[in-house]
Design a protein. Structure first.
Length: 91
């Protein structure tokens, strides 16, 4: 779990959403959900590569956070099971 937290802390740039190239047009739009609505922002061609890296950073962070949560949940369940078994043998 410590290694997951270390990897998460090394991610310095993040952005939610996705990049979409507009059909038949040379520019891209950055789409994100905010306050229950889809927000769309124009992205210049020279900003696309950097924004893609930022989005990948967020995706990696959420993947690592999900793995971390899974580890904590497994640990919690093991501890709960130990208590259950410990309680049954004492009575």
């Amino acid at each position: 779990m410590k290694r997951l937290l270390e990897r998460m802390s090394k991610i310095e740039r993040m952005e939610r959403g996705k990049l979409c190239q507009m059909g038949g047009r040379p520019h891209y739009n950055h789409q994100t959900w905010r306050d229950g609505r889809n927000e769309v922002h124009y992205v210049r061609k020279d900003e696309v590569a950097e924004l893609n890296k930022d989005i990948a950073g967020y995706q990696l962070f959420t993947k690592l956070a999900e793995q971390y949560a899974g580890e904590v949940i497994r640990q919690t369940r093991r501890e709960r099971e130990k208590k259950k078994r410990g309680g049954k043998t004492k009575s």
